[in-house]
Write a protein that binds this ligand. Structure first.
Ligand code: ZN
Length: 246
């Protein structure tokens, strides 16, 4: 079984299509595991929801998915994100709204737990340091956990002798990472708005026969996405950041 692991698509259809086509060229996939924030920021929320739903799909909720349907208050976001959330809520139809509202916070798929932020706070916490990683490792009932939310790819390994201090390492590109006995948290990076100073969408494929995971990046037509955002009057800050991967 091959699972395509996507997070933070953020209504960026060109980035999503580039990832789908790259994953297909690399041997395809049986299922998409979507870690939340399919919408918000970008110009194509409805089309991105419809596109991932064409595949076998397991998805969890992100904070932007909930903001788009009023399950959380977008006024807690920064100004640009709040504007985009309100704009997004006008773009999604009733079927897409029902879909966003139906998303669970957590999903367990065999040895993996899928969650947007962390297991301590599924759509609120950014899992980026040892404390937040230890908090999630303590709650994990599976060996591995895949998260998004920060849009930063990483691997994080539990150290058996020192569970309070899990170890973060780089999630290398185009390299098979064997999943062994250690418990891990994995972030595949962001598809639609990468934030690790690399503008290329980032994603991962888990291969259950090899019990291994690989991360890849692709290029896409950023200008096309930005033109759509301009036409929709989305905030300039959100348009510009796509060039810089921030
Ligand atoms: Zn996000």
């Amino acid at each position: 079984m091959r699972a395509l692991i996507l997070s933070d698509i953020h209504a960026n259809l060109e980035a999503l299509e580039a990832v789908l086509s790259d994953a297909q060229d690399r041997g395809g996939f049986d299922v998409i595991w979507c870690l939340g924030d399919t919408v918000g920021y970008g110009p194509d929320p409805a089309a991105c929801i419809d596109r991932i739903r064409e595949f076998e799909l397991v998805a969890v909720a992100g904070n932007h998915d909930h903001a788009a349907v009023g399950l959380i208050d977008a006024s807690d976001f920064n100004e640009a994100a709040e504007f985009a959330a309100n704009w997004t809520s006008e773009q999604v139809g009733s079927e897409q709204r029902d879909y966003l509202k139906s998303l669970p916070f957590v999903s367990v798929q065999d040895q993996f737990t899928l969650v947007h932020g962390s297991l301590r706070d599924p759509i609120g916490e950014y899992l980026l340091d040892r404390n937040s990683a230890a908090g999630t490792l303590a709650l994990m009932e599976t060996k591995y956990c895949v998260v998004g939310h920060s849009h930063i790819p990483f691997l994080c390994c539990e150290i058996e002798e020192d569970p309070e201090n899990p170890e973060f390492t780089e999630f290398p590109e185009n390299e098979q990472v064997a999943l062994d006995h250690e418990r891990r948290i994995i972030n595949p990076g962001g598809v639609g708005q990468p934030r690790d100073r690399d503008s290329r969408p980032s994603y991962a494929i888990f291969n259950s026969e090899q019990n291994a995971i690989q991360r890849h990046r692709v290029t896409y037509n950023i200008t096309k996405t930005q033109e759509k955002m301009k036409a929709a009057d989305l905030p300039v800050r959100l348009i510009d950041r796509l060039d810089h991967g921030i």
